[in-house]
Design a protein around this ligand. Structure first.
Ligand code: ADP
Length: 257
C-alpha cells in the first residue's frame, strides 16, 4: 500500500506553515521526520491524520483521499501513536490496548474474546505481555510507549504515524522502542515518525523527510546526508556525520563540529 502526500500547503491565518510538501510512504518502509521546533512537523502529522484540512494538495492511501474518509474508514488505514498517554484513569495495559479495537466494533459493541486474544498477541509481540494487568499509570515511560504501540497494532491499520515516539524516554528505552518500530516495519507496516534526534533518524529511518520552514525534502537513503551539509542547514549549526563500524554493520552518527 502507498500513503501519498502531494503538493500539500497549509496556513494558520496568514502564516504559511507548509509549502508544497510532497512525499510518499510505502508499506514496509519507515520515514523519520526531522525539523526544528516550529518547522511544521506536528501540523503535517495532523493533516495526514485528517485532523486539519490543507489549503491545497492531498493525502491519499492507494489513491483514496484521506479527507473524504470518515473516522472509522481512516482508522482502517492509519493508526496514530501520541507522544505519551494522557489518560489519568488507571486502565490496565490490556484495557488500554483493547481501546485500539474500537474502530472495528459497532457503537455499543464490547470487545469479545477474539479482540482480547488480539490484544494479548500485540502485548506479546512487544514483549510486555507480563504487564497486561498493570495499571498504565504505574508503568515506566518506555513501557507506556510500548502499550500505545500495541494499541495501534490491534487497530489493524497499514500505516502508523508516531509523534516523537522516543521523547522523554531514557537512552535504553529509546533504543528498545526504536528496535520494536524496526520490527514492525519488517512486518510490513509503513511508519512515519517525528524525532528531534538526527541519530535516531540516521540509524533507523528507511528514508528521512527534512522539514525546514514548511519546505520539505525527502531523502531516500540516510547515506545521502553523509557530507553533513543538509543537516547543518536544517539545524543552522555546523554538524558532521561520522560512519562508525559496529558488530551489526555501519552506523551513522551526527556530531557538532
Ligand atoms: P513543530 O511540530 O515542527 O514544532 P508545529 O507544526 O507545531 O511545528 O508548528 C508550526 C508553526 O505553526 C509554529 O510557528 C507554531 O507556532 C504555529 N502553530 C501551530 N499551531 C497553531 C495554531 N493552532 N494556530 C496558529 N499557529 C499555530
Amino acid at each position: 500500500m502507498k500513503l501519498e502526500v502531494s503538493s500539500l500547503s497549509f496556513s494558520y491565518g496568514s502564516k504559511k506553515i507548509l509549502r508544497n510538501v510532497t512525499f510518499s510512504l510505502e508499506s514496509g518502509r519507515s520515514t523519520a521526520l526531522l525539523g526544528r521546533n516550529g518547522s511544521g512537523k506536528t501540523t503535517l502529522l495532523r493533516i495526514i491524520l485528517g485532523f486539519l484540512k490543507p489549503a491545497c494538495g492531498s493525502v491519499s492511501v492507494d489513491g483514496k483521499e484521506v479527507s473524504e474518509m470518515n473516522h472509522r474508514e481512516r482508522a482502517k488505514f492509519i493508526a496514530y501513536i501520541p507522544q505519551t498517554l494522557t489518560d489519568i484513569y488507571p486502565y490496565t495495559a490490556l484495557e488500554t490496548v483493547l481501546m485500539g479495537r474500537a474502530s472495528s466494533l459497532s457503537l455499543f459493541q464490547h470487545p469479545g474474546k477474539k479482540d482480547e486474544e488480539k490484544a494479548l498477541e500485540a502485548l506479546e509481540i512487544l514483549g510486555i505481555a507480563h504487564l497486561k494487568n498493570r495499571a498504565v499509570n504505574t508503568l515506566s515511560g518506555g513501557e507506556r510507549q510500548l502499550v500505545l504501540i500495541a494499541r495501534a497494532i490491534v487497530q489493524d491499520a497499514s500505516f502508523m504515524i508516531m509523534d516523537e515516539p522516543t521523547a522523554s524516554l531514557d537512552y535504553s528505552n529509546s533504543l528498545l522502542v526504536m528496535e520494536k518500530i524496526e520490527e514492525l516495519r519488517q512486518d510490513g507496516y509503513g511508519i512515519l515518525y517525528s524525532t528531534h534526534s538526527p541519530d535516531t533518524a540516521l540509524q533507523n529511518g528507511s528514508g528521512i523527510l527534512l522539514l525546514s520552514d514548511g519546505v520539505s525534502e525527502y531523502i531516500d537513503n540516510p547515506e545521502e546526508l553523509e557530507d553533513g551539509r543538509k543537516l547543518s542547514e536544517l539545524y543552522n549549526r555546523q554538524l558532521c556525520i561520522k560512519s562508525i563500524k559496529t558488530e551489526k554493520g555501519r552506523k551513522l552518527v551526527c556530531v557538532p563540529v
